[in-house]
Design a binder for this molecule. Structure first.
Ligand code: PNS
Length: 169
């Protein structure tokens, strides 16, 4: 559609949390289309494969008709230009996120001045939530109910238990 505002919401999503979904939902209310773009080459050794991360995202985002899932590799701004997206959407939880996000937004603007980074703040209940904390809590036997979709909870338990049983062999 002409004049349609497309936003890219990029990330590792290893795995998707309710904090990510909160930002996606806010994005769907503002932009015509939100492309959730999963980074293919995550340097930090992901727990879940690309296909698993996509499967959890597919299940969690199917309720929003203007959300599209995709994967990307290489420079984010090149991918955004390819998808004719004018916006990069990022969530900011606390001041500690700011420096990294500011650096990325500034570098992305230098590389592609026409693409605007838009920051959104998730609901307070998710202000401390991150994929890495979720993985840590589950690996130490804690509950993450209410912080991730139930499918993600199941995936985490299966993966982390499997890892543990692997260690015992
Ligand atoms: O979920 P994350 O790990 O916070 O997402 C980080 C992501 C994917 C947004 C960032 O690593 C990224 O944009 N990677 C693509 C490579 C790139 O464009 N690098 C230059 C950014 S300034």
């Amino acid at each position: 559609m002409d004049g349609e505002i497309v936003a890219i919401y990029p990330g590792s999503f290893d795995p998707v949390t309710n904090g990510h979904l909160d930002i996606i939902e806010r994005g769907t209310g503002i932009f015509d289309r939100v492309i959730v773009a999963v980074l293919v080459n995550v340097a930090k050794n992901p727990l879940f494969t690309l296909e698993e991360r996509l499967e959890m995202l597919r299940d969690a985002t199917s309720r929003w008709p203007n959300v599209v899932l995709d994967t990307f590799d290489g420079l984010l701004v090149s991918y955004a230009a390819e998808r004719q997206a004018r916006v990069i959407l990022r969530g900011i939880r606390a001041v500690t996120d700011f420096e990294y996000e500011f650096q990325m937004a500034s570098m992305n603007r230098r590389l592609a001045p026409d693409i605007e980074t838009v920051f959104m703040v998730p609901a307070e209940a998710y202000s401390y939530l991150s994929s890495s904390l979720v993985k840590e809590v589950v690996s130490l036997g804690g509950s993450v109910a209410g912080l991730v979709p139930s499918m993600v909870e199941q995936f985490l338990h299966v993966r982390i238990q499997r890892k543990d049983s692997g260690k015992q062999v």
